[in-house]
Design a protein around this ligand. Structure first.
Ligand code: FMN
Length: 212
């Protein structure tokens, strides 16, 4: 099982695309969307939260997840969720996008919600924990929080574009970041071509290679 938390930073589409791709690759996904994230989803995706399983409803509307039954979503205040306990198995937790508030809470061990508790659990259990922080520019406090989490074993994977994939649309850019997260999780994907794949023809012709 892979846990995905979507918090109230800009770019909730990154978390949504990740969940879709995880479901499409047959993974069970436990998801939590913060209250602030629903506000941003309303603003950026023109989608209004509704019903007892709002994320499932959103995925169904988008129609890009082939195995929606593998998704289980939890209320961000539900501290009885398995995600709140170290004894429940979880392969990895991805916080995408991660707000500076949640980043700060995770760096400070301040577990006041299911998302921040799940971060705390992942750190103490030495599990794979990936933060996709979204803010710019970054203050010294943001940077210190990222350094603290990195030193504690988390992966800091900001949604930074690589133009070598030659994105032509926002969707390409979202897929690039999603692919980077999947790479970090060790899950195969075809969201963008790796550098080797893109340049194998050119390299064969010129004999030139480029550092990653
Ligand atoms: C439209 C919108 C965009 C936002 N974008 C960001 C952002 O990119 N990064 C960030 O750290 N906070 C952003 N915020 C502020 C967070 O939503 C706010 O700090 C919130 O308390 C985060 O709560 P959460 O971490 O529990 O989801 C944004 C808020 C709104 C309404």
């Amino acid at each position: 099982m892979i846990a995905v938390a979507i918090t109230g930073a800009s770019g909730p589409i990154l978390g949504i695309r990740l969940i879709e791709e995880l479901l499409n690759s047959g993974k069970t996904v436990y998801a939590v969307v913060s209250e602030a994230a629903w506000s941003v989803i309303g603003h950026e995706l023109s989608y209004k939260k509704s019903g007892p399983a709002p994320l499932a409803a959103l995925l169904s509307k988008r129609g890009r997840a082939s195995a929606p039954a593998l998704l289980k979503e939890f209320d961000p205040h539900d501290l009885f969720s398995p995600l709140a306990s170290g004894s429940a198995p979880c392969d990895a937790l991805v916080v995408v996008p991660c707000s500076m508030k949640t980043l700060s809470a995770a760096a400070g061990g301040y577990a006041d919600s299911l998302i921040t508790r799940a971060c705390d659990v992942a750190l103490k259990e030495k599990r794979k924990l990936i933060f996709v922080p979204r803010e710019t520019p970054l203050s010294a406090i943001h940077l210190e929080n990222m350094l603290k989490l990195s030193r504690a074993g988390a992966v800091i994977l900001p949604p930074v574009l690589g133009f070598y994939s030659r994105p032509e649309s926002v969707s390409d850019m979202v897929d690039f970041v999603t692919g980077k997260i999947l790479n970090m999780l060790g899950i195969k994907h075809r969201l963008f071509k790796g550098w080797e794949e893109q340049t194998s023809g050119a390299a064969a012709k010129t004999g030139k290679r480029r550092a990653a």
